[in-house]
Design a protein around this ligand. Sequence first.
Ligand code: PMP
Length: 426
Amino acid sequence: MSRSQDLFAQAQLSIPGGVNSPVRAFNGVGGTPIFIERAQGAYLFDVDGNRYIDYIGSWGPMILGHNHPEIRDAAIEAAERGLSFGTPTASEITMAEKVISMVPSIEKVRMVNSGTEATMSAIRLARGYTGRDKILKFEGCYHGHADSLLVKAGSGALTLGVPNSPGIPEDFAKHTLTVSFNNLDEVRQVFADLGEQIACIIVEPVAGNMNLILPEPGFLEGLREVCDEYGAVLIFDEVMTGFRVSRGGAQEFFNVKPDLTCLGKVIGGGMPVGAFGGKREIMDYIAPVGPVYQAGTLSGNPVAMAAGLASLSLLNSSSLYTQLEGRVSELTSGLQELADAKGIPFTTAQAGGMFGFFFTEAKKVTTYEQATQCNMEHFRTFYHEMLKRGVYLAPSAYEAGFMSLAHTETDIEETLQVAEHAFNVL
Ligand code: PMP
């Protein structure tokens, strides 16, 4: 028995399912989760002494690679001055100014502690600001686990097959309207029927919780138009895409400005941080200036701000993103060539530093239905063959992959060699 297996058995006695977040439990692929002891650059090292090339990067934050010395030192330096004060600090202003300078549509920003808090608060703000109750989201998009948003959600909720979780009163869920990602006609129809009651559209501008699905040309622009027409708030959930798809996130990449943006992951450099921001007029609707209540004892935590700021400051040129995008392309095109050579139905997708791959006959995956109809047996086998040989992918066919600037060409070559073997096994 490996040490990971031992630990998983032990963990299940004291932690529900042995994990503190469902997708870690390997439900999507079967087998025992790997317990990690430390990480450095592009690699994870497990408790049994194995090394893995990591394509999760803590699910997105580690864009500069694990344990980056400048980020680590910034956190240590801040920790030496105290872990939390519950008072305003100067670093919160630096962080706010940094975010405003990087993300095109953000004029004011509020820090929170997770992506879930960011989306939950942005939705409340949109509802309070418009005085409307209904929200519109897309099937397979995951926005954290707040009640209104766990309706037809992606990520772990999709892997576990419970997109509508028990514990959410129908009276809440009924205000969440769900339509198909990339289907502007459906959006227009819902607004034609109920537009005056809809507070906001919330969307992952690149859907990263049902594998990776890019917005079709005109889709995000169309959402912008519909929101303008009906006076609804457009929220981009950039928890995953923020500072990853490009320096200014997906809104910069696709040149569409939302009214509010939710951020997480990269913004904390690995510490538990989220944020939401947007138009000054809307943001000034939250407490203490406005009537919509939102708060957090640890929000803007000084250690988290230090790590996040160090991370964002290092992402100081668009050429880094060109480099990252190039590396991801090497991986996705390499995988495609290998699959094609073996005649395995397969396709990939990419947006900046994130990617997806599908075992499907389709040349391109643009819908939730297509994502859920892929060959799951192939995915599981491929996953375990990769893992066995030291490549750590997301343990679910519904998650995006993430690369870091620490991944070298050699890492990608090694990954492709392992993939060749994995495709052979299929
Ligand atoms: N929104 C998106 C797009 C996400 O991918 C996630 C988490 N993967 C969340 C919100 C929720 O973030 P957190 O897990 O930090 O609560």
